[in-house]
Design a protein around this ligand. Structure first.
Ligand SMILES: O=C(O)CCC(=O)C(=O)O
Ligand SMILES: [Fe+2]
Length: 531
């Protein structure tokens, strides 16, 4: 995340006025504040991972690795390292250490291996040293650290508040070292060395060092230990001014040592399912909905306009009577005709183009902190974009989003933002299932339904195929196909029968939109980076 350079905030009371009568802040130097939670959510794509947030995530990883390297160099040069190979802190903490190490992980993945496979990788001394004498870690800028971090003049704070550190740097950065925040404390062992912005910053640095010693030695922090870092040089200064509470989404993750919030880096600790966030489907609700849609079970006639057809359905109805003409028992796969108008379809495609389609990614492997990465794979060669700000509330899209919720008897909050897809000739999405297992213990709940909308007619190929049911739905502009990811009798559990694939487009281009509906409040979970 880039801080917003022109978002300059002054704090404190108005003790003096400038020539133009405006207030000069005398309490703190002028600083750039971290982005607010709103700015983070508005950034689109989730900052810490999840759908669409992959790039940010990778940047962070790079940053972490750089820091790791610096740290290791420091250890090598420090002659006072004592070696205690028998110390329990040195035991391997992962039974696969030997196998990871044999594929070169000690060098290629030091962030995890150094601490968790200390015995195998021979990094005991680093672990012990980190735990006991971290505060003497050598700062990258030794010269700066060695000199006292003080203000030479009484007026330094005031001048800094007026922007003099930037306007008159030669004088200010020598004579007002504290107020211009030019000094860094040697804290790069857990992230970026911290600028000292005030006495409060300094004392908070002392406390974070103590806290991090606990993090490194107490096994309850095992899953987050190697990711818990200050990713900005002003983390501690911000924390000292209350930003951990005011701006928790950014601070608790990106400045976790300063906020004492390393535990929050584990999605399982950060994202509990809170009371009130109940599942919307209980046993029987799926069949009830589908019988209303397909059989007009409630007699309302609400769905007639879509001329619903079940390409597959359970053999028996809820009341135990056989569904007429159904020979093969199966999960629901229902086509809704003209679910969106041609104008709506065109507008959604246009919005996708305005935003720009990018190469699609799959859900990746679980990371030590319990979250999941994403990866571009050969099983999915389509391009996609997410219909969020500027698209979600577009006057043409908003009624479609409402229609999806009304049709499925759910709330807009239960649905992910529409995922807009584009397949060019030869592009496809191989057989997969939309159900995502790890959502079960997260506040978004599992995906219960997919409503896939075809946004254009495809010249050839591009059908949606359900191989286990031997069904292929051919794209038709405006039509939608609706299927569950879960079982009627257990709506948190996957129904493997609705595995499907997008067949390669042979001629023309295919545009579509995925609406994935969750069993709990997806939008809130998304806002909190809990999906
Ligand atoms: O493009 C299609 O027909 C289906 C796409 C799909 O299954 C998905 O994106 O999960
Ligand atoms: Fe799918």
């Amino acid at each position: 995340i880039d801080v917003i350079a022109n978002d300059v905030t002054t704090r404190g009371s108005c003790a003096a006025t400038d020539a133009d009568g405006s207030c000069i802040d005398d309490a703190y130097p002028s600083v750039v504040v971290p982005p607010s939670d709103d700015e983070i959510s508005a950034g689109g794509g989730g900052v810490f991972g999840g759908d669409g947030g992959e790039e940010d995530e990778e940047e962070d990883e790079d940053e972490e690795e750089d820091e790791e390297d610096e740290g290791e160099e420091a250890w090598e040069k420090n002659p006072s390292v004592s070696i205690h190979r028998q110390n329990p802190a040195c035991a391997d903490k992962d039974e696969k250490c030997a196998s990871y190490a044999s594929s070169g992980a000690c060098a290629s993945n030091p962030g995890y291996m150094t601490h968790n496979c200390a015995s195998t990788c021979g990094t005991c001394d680093m672990v012990i040293h980190a735990a006991t004498v971290a505060k003497f870690a050598v700062d990258a800028d030794k010269d700066v650290v060695a000199r006292p971090c003080t203000d030479g003049e009484y007026e330094c704070v005031e001048w800094a508040g007026m922007g003099e550190c930037e306007n008159n740097p030669r004088y200010m950065k020598e004579s007002c070292r504290l107020s211009c925040m030019v000094c860094h404390e040697g804290t790069n062992i857990f992230g970026i060395g911290q600028r000292i912005g005030s006495e409060a910053t300094r004392s908070l640095i002392e406390k974070s060092i103590e806290y991090m010693q606990t993090v490194w030695t107490d096994d309850k922090f095992l899953s987050v230990r190697d990711n818990c870092r200050n990713l900005h040089e002003d983390c501690t200064f911000w924390a000292s001014t209350g930003e951990c509470e005011k701006n928790p989404l950014y601070m608790q993750l990106k400045c976790a040592p300063a906020c004492f919030s390393c535990d929050k880096m584990d999605i399982r600790n950060r994202c509990p399912i809170e009371p009130g966030n109940e599942v919307i489907w209980n046993a029987g609700d799926l069949n009830t909905l589908m019988e209303r849609i397909v059989d007009d079970a409630d007699g309302s006639g609400d769905y007639k306009r879509y001329n619903p057809t079940a390409l597959s359905r359970p053999k028996l109805k809820r009341d135990g009577s056989p569904a007429p003409g159904v020979e093969k028992d199966g999960p629901w796969v229902v086509v809704l005709e003209n679910f969106v108008t041609a104008e709506e379809a065109d507008r959604i495609v246009e919005l996708g183009k305005i935003q720009g389609y990018e190469r699609s990614a799959d859900v990746g492997q679980v990371k030590p902190d319990g979250s999941h990465g994403s990866h571009v794979s050969e099983s999915r060669t389509s391009h996609n974009t997410w219909c969020k700000e500027g698209c979600f509330d577009d006057p043409t899209v908003a009624p479609v989003v409402d229609r999806i919720a009304n049709t499925t008897g759910t709330q807009v909050e239960n649905a992910e933002y529409l995922q807009l897809l584009q397949y060019e000739p030869g592009q496809y999405y191989r057989q997969h299932h939309d159900y995502i297992e790890h959502h079960k213990r997260l506040p978004c709940g599992v995906r219960i339904l997919t409503l896939f909308i075809y946004l254009n007619d495809v010249e050839e190929g591009g059908g949606t195929r359900f191989p286990l049911l031997d069904i292929t739905v051919q794209p038709k502009k405006g039509n939608a196909v609706l299927w569950p990811s879960v079982k009627d009798e257990a709506p948190e559990d996957k129904d493997g029968r609705t595995g499907h694939e997008a067949l390669p487009v042979l001629k023309g281009v295919k545009y579509g939109a995925n609406a994935w509906i969750h069993n709990r409040d997806y939008k809130k979970a998304y806002k909190n980076n809990c999906q």
